[in-house]
Design a protein around this ligand. Structure first.
Ligand SMILES: Cc1cc2nc3c(=O)[nH]c(=O)nc-3n(C[C@H](O)[C@H](O)[C@H](O)COP(=O)(O)O)c2cc1C
Length: 358
């Protein structure tokens, strides 16, 4: 389906309407074109429950799970391979690994559990992952990467996604040209959709992604291509769609900072939330306490703090106060003190403080 080429995205309503429209991926309908990007340490069951309450997305992706460990994982014990049954219909499990066989076995387990799909991580450039030959290291081994896609495709009938980025060439354009060749190979090997983050490895979000390079991928394959990287406000989506012609958008960090972003891009009203910042921080903590024991919940909450703080003028001070608390009850008091009337409200800023988001 290529109808996005004929849409004039200069009108605000047209890009919102496009993103809110359904798309068929691997023969299955997805109700809109906005995804939660996979984020290790953040994209867990508690955060996904919060996002699900706001709505406005098509699919949610888990943080990366080790393909080797996954066949033995117990959802009642694992912090990562853990889900609510209600979310399975829109949940994709991401795996990392470097062997076709173990990736295929992990995908089989994911299919057996009833997930919407499986996502292959060919983009993570963290040293611990690349050292094992997984994540973005696979972009240096195009044949192995293609064999992994093929092995997973042959093993399951659920939807297969590949998330990848520009490769290891320091010149972004030639890296993107290489990525386009890989995209073609992934499609031939049986991938149903691609999510592309147009940044070279190991550039860790320091330079802005080259959205125009998503077009190189879009033009070479006929499966849906989703763009990713630096969407901070709804109008960024309009720009990415215009520059790349992509079929939809995957959002990471901004969904952590503002989990209502999908709903607001979809044009839904948020009027029912009197104080959305207070609501979000409180719900996140409560949901973490629902799914994890207190010590772990507090540790996990602290990973969200820089993202919340990034949305305010004096974010560093917000961050400091929240990070100082050690018990859930203390964190609740601090959240109330910062965000709840009758205290003076912190000043929100439109674009986040990137120093806090990196
Ligand atoms: C804390 C954190 C963890 C991440 N973990 C993963 C991961 O497990 N798998 C993956 O493919 N990408 C991972 N990413 C990359 C994101 O999916 C996304 O590509 C990147 O953040 C750029 O998108 P954004 O600008 O919308 O955040 C992670 C990013 C962050 C900030």
């Amino acid at each position: 389906m290529d109808f996005n080429n004929s849409i004039d995205f200069s009108h605000k309503k047209s890009f919102q309407k496009f993103l809110a429209s359904s798309i068929t991926i691997g023969g299955k309908e997805v109700k809109n074109r906005l995804f939660l990007a996979p984020m290790a340490g953040l994209g867990h069951v508690a955060f996904r429950e919060l996002i699900s309450q706001f709505g406005g997305f098509g699919l949610l992706f888990t943080g990366m799970c080790s393909a080797k460990a996954l066949p033995q994982e117990n959802r009642n014990i694992s912090a990562v391979f853990k889900w609510r049954d209600e979310e399975l219909e829109y949940l994709v499990c991401q795996i990392f690994g470097s062997e076709p066989k173990s990736m295929a076995l992990a995908a089989k387990r994911i299919e057996k559990e009833g997930f919407f799909g499986v996502d292959l991580n060919f983009g993570c450039c963290a040293a611990a992952i690349c050292k094992k030959g997984a994540g973005a290291a696979l972009l240096k081994e195009p044949n192995l990467a293609k064999d992994i896609v093929k092995a997973v495709r042959d093993a399951v009938s659920i939807t297969v996604f590949v998330k990848f980025r520009s490769g290891w060439d320091s010149d972004p354009l030639s890296a993107a040209i290489d990525s386009a060749k890989m995209a073609e190979a992934f499609e031939k090997a049986g991938a149903d959709a691609l999510v592309y983050h147009p940044r070279v490895a190991p550039d860790r979000r320091l330079r802005p992604p080259k959205w125009e390079h998503i077009k190189l991928i879009k033009d070479i394959v006929s499966i849906p291509v989703f763009g990713n990287g630096n969407i901070f406000e709804p109008l960024d989506c309009q720009k990415m769609l215009k520059e790349s012609g992509c079929d939809g958008i995957s959002i990471g960090r901004m969904a952590v900072a503002k989990p209502w972003i999908f709903s607001s891009i979809a044009g839904n009203s948020l009027a029912e939330y009197e104080n959305i910042y207070h609501h979000t921080a409180t719900c996140m903590l409560n949901l973490l306490l629902k799914h994890y024991e207190e010590r772990l919940a507090v540790k996990m909450f602290k990973k969200f703090v820089p993202y919340y703080a990034a949305g305010f003028k004096f974010g560093h001070s917000i961050s400091k106060q929240l990070l100082r608390a050690d018990r859930a009850s203390e964190i609740k008091q601090v959240i109330d003190a910062i965000f709840k009337e009758p205290f003076e409200q912190p000043e929100a800023i439109d674009r986040p403080n990137l120093h806090l988001l990196l």
